[in-house]
Design a protein around this ligand. Structure first.
Ligand code: SAM
Length: 265
């Protein structure tokens, strides 16, 4: 691919740090991420933050129904010319009605090298608004991706892990070194293949329990949960979920949290 620096120079602009603009320079990674998306055989692809189109150019010819959402005006006008057959939404993705773009009747895949400053609100908007595309191929800062995919009893395991693994199956695609982007971001990045799971747990109730459970990691779970209810009810709820009295929040499986949500109602 043409180096992003050359394209930016031609356009007379530079990468904007405030919009987390780190553009892919690696053909290997652009090919790989686009392939994972296309292998899902989507009817629609939605790309968040297409930038200079490193990914877009790889999927646009193979998926007739393509939507790209880009906030930067200069990049949007570049993309409009380069990809006339793709629907461009020139907007802040957090203001876009993603639910309307991902109706259950259309097999939709979301792909994004996420703008890091808003990866968390973008990711959680899918859970909160109950928007469940067929699959998402998302690249995060590695540290954040590690927390999403962490297993119980590991140092990265926390409320974020339980919440994300409740609503999604998460599969690692690979770790992209900082050198795969221009300009180089500080940390490396991790790409994840994320598939919605069908669950009936209420995100709001689960969040309440998780916030209380992980509020003080050094304390026992039982004492953290007392911010929500009486000590007697805490014992009942923990018993119902089969949680030992001396357990700490990071030792529980996601299923035990679901059971506590059920018992708390
Ligand atoms: N996909 C491109 C690539 O891999 O080379 C660029 C990825 S870059 C990490 C993030 C992109 O998200 C940039 O194009 C940036 O302008 C865009 N962006 C930042 N904030 C955004 C927002 N609120 N809504 C939509 N796009 C945004």
């Amino acid at each position: 691919m043409q180096h992003p620096q050359a394209i930016l120079t031609r356009l007379g602009i530079s990468a904007r740090k405030s919009l987390s603009q780190n553009f892919l320079t690696s053909d290997y990674w652009a090919d790989k991420l686009a392939k994972v998306a296309l292998d899902e055989r989507p009817e629609r692809i939605i790309e968040i933050g297409p930038g200079l189109g490193a990914l877009t150019s790889r999927w646009a010819k193979r998926c007739k129904d393509g939507v790209i959402i880009e906030y930067d005006r200069a990049l949007a006008s570049f993309l409009r010319e380069e990809h006339p057959n793709v629907t461009l939404i020139e907007s802040d993705v957090l203001r876009v009605d993603l639910r309307a773009l991902c109706p259950p009747s259309i097999k939709t895949v979301v792909i994004s090298n996420l703008p890091y400053h808003i990866s968390s609100p973008i990711f959680f908007s899918f859970i909160e608004a109950q928007i469940f595309p067929h699959a998402m191929i998302l690249t995060f800062q590695k540290e954040f991706a590690d927390r999403l995919a962490a297993l119980p009893k590991s140092p990265d395991y926390g409320a974020l892990s339980v919440l994300s693994q409740t609503f999604f199956d998460i599969e690692p695609i690979g770790v992209l070194p900082a050198g795969a982007f221009y300009p180089k971001p500080g940390p490396s990045s991790s790409a994840l293949l994320i598939r919605p799971r069908s669950v009936t747990v209420s995100p709001a109730r689960l969040k309440t329990i998780l916030r209380a459970s992980f509020a003080h990691r050094r304390k026992l779970l039982s004492s953290n949960l007392q911010s929500l209810t009486t000590p007697e009810r805490v014992t009942e709820i923990m018993n119902f979920a089969g949680v030992p009295p001396k357990a700490r929040a990071e030792e529980l499986t996601k299923e035990q949290y679901w059971q506590m949500v059920e018992a708390m109602q």
